[in-house]
Design a protein around this ligand. Sequence first.
Ligand code: G6P
Ligand code: MG
Length: 959
Amino acid sequence: MTQSIQAILFDLDGVITDTAEFHYQAWQTLADAEGLPFDRIANEKLRGVSRRESLGLILGGRTVPEPQIQEWLDRKNRHYQELLQTLSPADLLPGVAALLQEIREAGLGLAIVSASHNTPFVLARLGIAELFDAVIAGPEADAPAGKRRPKPAPDLFLLAAERLGCPPANCLVVEDAESGLIGARTAGMVTVGLGPEERVGIADLVLPNLHGVRLDELLYAGTWSVAEGQFAPARLHQWESALTIGGGASGTRGSFEERYPGDQPATLIHGLWDDVPVVYTELANAFDWTALDIWIDGQPFRMDRGRVTDYSRRLDLRTGELRRHLYWTPDSGATVELSFARIASLTDPHAFAQSVSVTPLVRPVDVRIRARIDGFAENESYLHWRELQPGRLGDVAYLTGLTRKTGKRLVEALQLVDSAPEPAGLAPVASSPLRYTDAPYNPGFEVEARLELNQTWALAKLVSIFTSRESEDPIAAALTHAAGLGREPYAALLAANKAAWAEFWATGDVVIEGDNLAQIATRHGLFQLRIAAPAHDERVSIAARSLSGFGYRGHAFWDTETFILPFFTYTQPNLARNLLMYRYHTLAGARRKAAGNHLEGAQYAWESAETGDEVTPRWVPGPQGEELVRIWCGDIELHITADVVYAIWQYWQITGDDEFMAGPGAQIVFETARYWESRVEPNRPKPGQYSISDVIGPDEYHDHVDNNAFTNGMVRWHLRMAIGLLSWLREQAAARAEELVGSLDLTPARLDHWDQIAANLVFNRDPQTGLIEQFDGFFARKEVDWPAYAVRTKSLQALLGIEGANEHQVLKQPDVLLLQVLFPDEYPLEELRVNWDYYAPRTDHTYGSSLGPAIHAWAACRLGDPAEAYTHFMRAALADIDDVRGNARDGIHAASSGGLWQALAFGFGGLRVTGDTYSVHPQLPKHWRRLAFRFTLRGQPHVVDLHQPTAQLEAANAT
Ligand code: G6P
Ligand code: MG
């Protein structure tokens, strides 16, 4: 379990016992005797700070001879030790004893990490010395490099982690001092701060003290981030996907700044399409804005050379910041500490920032840093760029180029600036002047410095990205923007991001108590959806793998409407509207597709890109890579046209956005209804009946089937909805109704025809049992010998072959069941049960479609089986952070993330909206203590807050 906390590291003074007060009194006594200015306020800065450094802070800039210093340090310590004599077990701070006990019982590692050399004595007086697996009592002179600097360095925490045998990312630290929290956070640990926000506000969780605090509460602090605990080259691509950052306009995979052999870095920008052979069009991989090289005494830093230790990466879901920390020892032996961080602004789609810092740990070193824009950015060996042109204007270096076929311009501009030295007050590093470098298609700046032992050099790289989609003159725009960015420190961008993310989480968060892994996965999924959702652009949509990988080439599928959109519709309606407007703006492509098939109206592309024209590749390499496989989805997977309409209708129901519905919404609903009217086949199988033959339903293991239940069920609903919509329009917006009737020829005869089709479209439902046949003849197909495939690591299609799967009753994902959960009023529970019993055991849950598990979770909840639902839910939840399907490398499973939200809200929460009101029917898994989320219904915010064991509901209007 990569995300679990395995050890808790406690600071001592001010956390376990109030010796912070004794330290203060001892300093005060010394200061009074020596006439040094000192008071409680000045003391706040000394928390967690070593004895010698504390004295330094008290003295301010004053220079005092070393023997005098030594005498004062000794005297302070004598005062302090006198005070300690009174210490007894009664001096454990409230809550500490119980908490330590609980941690022990839970079998977690337990350590003290204190700057105080008096720690062993204090622990003995408190009677708790035996409890800890490791005690770090101040810097140890003989500890290895990187394990002996005082806080705020991460050393003491890393030393404890090493002694506990626990990766830093799996440690949680409880501290009352900012210096300690900085160190722990740098080390990649989860942090809990005790005290006032001003002092400990950087912690993942802030508490006043440990009084009444349970272990659960501490561990919950780790649910706001995702960590890669140990570096494993085999998981390189999975983490590149899972650690993608972005701000709604672009996504940047979590590749290393300095690169790694075989890596797949990518920055994918909405709308930056280019034409390519075979797959028609794809998002061009933009120049790599993260590129950064570091040389230590002339040796280039690379994770696959030298030795890497104390590694961690953490993606902070509350700020959007990705951090990496490690120690690197080149062959020369001169170990350095390296810290990297990056953010994409959530408020300014053009702004990106990185920070890097280097600290020599064994001896002084020469460091050279080069920050670049890397123009050799390819899509799996295809370079989309021509006319690459590097340039420089003052402190700004930039690269511009055009996409090969579509001629879209991209500009990325960077500035490299010094960051404030950490901790504040240290002398800045004397570095060389910036040197512009123009390695081919890699403009940037280079700078060098000689670093003393333990001296930290921090730089920030600020990047502006513009394309010709947003600006007439993207070069000028990027240069101006970059100059402005250079005036803002990294910390300011980070703070702005934190505020913007707080706004998102205020409405978008789902709280799960009692299951931290489910909580982390859910937040990570929602984070990934948000960073892919355009806030100011209606001409793009969210792709199947969002902007986080090359899978499906940035194309939008029904994944957006059926799986992803409900989350936005219920919690971020403005973003939902943008995504639906994409379908409006691509209507022309949908009309062309219908016309190309000699049909009327508008037929949405199975895979859609810039124009809405069909871009599904007809042939793709097979699983073994050798033979080509014909992909029929673009030709005959039709249901997407109704899926888009369902999403529009749902958006309308939930938001009450009549203006959208009467305008773009109605346009889409009627044009697509006309498509179905022309597509159905009359008089089949009997006069008066209608069929839709030769299709693929959601279960893509079966192609060229007739009367797919999901497709026909959706079409039936679509046509009826369209009829109802026209009546509504006639009442609400007569002029608009007339306009549409005129332009789309919505005559009474035509509407009557729609009604006839809806009433007589083949739908294979057994009137006795309610069992629905997935398509004509499905029940006659062969049965799979399921026990023979119980243990496998491949899909049943891979094992049976494409034809083999086709011949069998094996589903890639729910088809009938999906239809039934989308229309709970049409399909009573008993019928859902009958169909579940038939189809769920015949579905490839583990290696079929990643879209399936969340839907099964939802359906199982409706059937009153949260335990069954939970198994499916976690399959969906772990698709990216645990790569349970083995294909996270291609990008985030965005539909699965959207499905998670539906499984939570509609499944476990049982949320059902009817008109202006809603109801909930909670079905929490046994170990979940609480499930809470918000949504907005017709402008009115609502909170759903569900608790175990009674799962009683506390639902109230949000304040
Ligand atoms: C802790 C306290 C500091 C103290 C330091 C060194 O971190 O918070 O106030 O200066 O330990 O303690 P020592 O007992 O070694 O002087
Ligand atoms: Mg402390």
